[in-house]
Design a protein around this ligand. Structure first.
Ligand SMILES: Cc1cc2nc3c(=O)[nH]c(=O)nc-3n(C[C@H](O)[C@H](O)[C@H](O)COP(=O)(O)OP(=O)(O)OC[C@H]3O[C@@H](n4cnc5c(N)ncnc54)[C@H](O)[C@@H]3O)c2cc1C
Length: 416
């Protein structure tokens, strides 16, 4: 593995850095329209769908170039575009498994941010055990009729379309009777009910389906092959761009150092405490480990290898690290770490970047509460460990409690 950037990569980084210094918004993007306009600008600069085929509007850039853009965006705290799930999950799924008509109809609009997508997979009783999902799509002529409920659907309230898993064969084994389809969120019978989170925002929703008619043309791949399709989708979600995550944590660390050096009302500075310095040192080295393991993933991608079960290593590592880092930050900052609003400018997390709307009040507590979510979405840490054990290390399959043979009755239970 060569950890040096080529001259070409360095020149590309300069170009990207220049672009952001000239185009970074100077004011908060408070409305969806603001964010769509920013997304469009990113797309026109060639920074959205960078690895996608040119024939569908992508830029066919190398993984290293995508990582450089991700890093530069993290460095200046640039707002993300709209429809992250469309870019990270739906687009790649349609490109890999969709018909030519579906690619022509949907892919470009995902790239430009004209249509925003959500992922309709989880259900109240099917999260980790996704294959047990019950929301059903019955075939009726050249249509499906969907009935049931989804939950935790990120961005459902402003999505135009959803990538959905439904049960299309109730007699087949649970993995074999699932199909993947594209659902227009404005179809009659679709009801979106936003959920309030611990952070105060409502980023995800419950979605109810009551006799929702969907054309058979919106099926992705073959009928009842939805499980296999979902596996590629989840691989992308877990692979993610871990290098930019490391850069964001590094930027956050730089800001934490500034705050720790600030002279407080009582004339003391947090940095003067040797125990705090020790903890800062631990954060720094943890983030560096994340950066190096991200470079290892990038090396695999550069060689043309696709994210597989190994993506679980990255997902487990960064989400658990983020949680640990946010906990230490809050310990170091004391009450300032817990305030959601009203922080003095010197203590704000966002003070060196730009505000990104309501969720970015400069509060350190916001990334703290968000870090809890990272170890749940896209498969919880326990599930990543199961995948790593079984599919990477080749260990025996887990024995689930509900599938264990019934225990023989003890003497006491038998009434002896
Ligand atoms: C921020 C956020 C955004 C999300 N966005 C979306 C979205 O857009 N679309 C979507 O479809 N879903 C989304 N989800 C849902 C997410 O995929 C599920 O929450 C996740 O798969 C876990 O399922 P669950 O919540 O039903 O928990 P459960 O599956 O009920 O798990 C509960 C606990 O039991 C543990 N557990 C379960 N099974 C095992 C096992 N076999 N071995 C060991 N431990 C186990 C889990 O690790 C967890 O700690 C989102 C979740 C979050 C937090």
């Amino acid at each position: 593995m060569d950890l040096n950037y080529t001259a070409e990569d360095t020149a590309f980084r300069e170009e990207v850095r220049q672009w952001f210094s000239e185009n970074l918004p100077t004011e908060a993007l408070t409305t969806l329209d603001d964010r769509r306009a920013w997304h469009r600008k990113l797309y026109e600069a060639g920074f959205i769908g960078m690895g996608w085929p040119k024939e569908y509007g992508g830029a066919e850039r190398r993984p290293m170039e995508q990582a450089i853009v991700g890093e530069e965006m993290a460095r200046v705290n640039a707002p993300a575009g709209v429809g992250g799930l469309g870019i990270s999950i739906v687009g790649p799924t349609i490109i890999h498994h969709g018909t030519e008509e579906q690619k022509q109809r949907f892919v470009k609009n995902i790239l430009t941010g004209e249509e925003i997508w959500c992922q309709l997979y989880s259900e109240p009783n099917s999260g980790s055990d996704l294959a047990s999902l019950a929301c059903r799509a019955d075939i009726d002529g050249d249509e499906f009729v969907i009935n049931g409920q989804k939950i935790w659907t990120s961005g459902a309230h402003h999505s135009d379309w959803g990538l959905m898993l439904t049960r299309t064969d109730r007699n087949a084994s649970k993995h074999q009777g699932i199909s993947c389809m594209l659902v227009d969120m404005k179809t009659p019978g679709v009801e979106v009910r936003p959920l309030k989170q611990i952070s105060g925002s409502s980023e995800f929703s419950e979605v109810f389906f009551d006799d929702v008619h969907v054309s058979a043309d919106n099926l992705i791949g073959e009928l009842n092959t939805g499980w296999q399709i979902a596996q590629t989708t989840l691989g992308y979600e877990r692979g993610g761009n871990t290098l930019s995550r490391a850069t964001r944590l590094k930027e956050q660390f730089a800001r934490l150092l500034e705050v720790a050096q600030h002279e407080r009302e009582d004339g003391t500075r947090a940095i003067a405490d040797p125990l705090i310095r020790q903890r800062l040192g631990a954060i720094y080295s943890d983030v560096e480990v994340l950066r190096y393991s991200s470079l290892r993933i990038l090396t695999r991608l550069e060689k043309g290898q696709r994210p597989g079960p190994e993506a679980s290593i990255a997902k487990l590592h960064y989400s658990e690290l983020d949680k640990r880092v946010q906990e230490i930050i809050l310990d170091i900052l004391g009450p300032y770490g817990q305030q959601l609003e009203g922080l003095p400018a010197w203590a704000k997390l966002g003070a060196s970047g730009i505000p990104i709307g309501e969720e970015d009040s400069g509060s350190w507590a916001y990334p703290f509460v968000w870090s809890r979510a990272g170890t749940i979405y896209a498969g919880s840490s326990e599930i990543q460990k199961n995948i790593l054990g079984e599919r990477v290390l080749g260990l025996p399959k887990e024995v689930r409690a509900d599938r264990m043979p019934a225990a023989a009755p003890t003497k006491a239970a038998a009434g002896d």
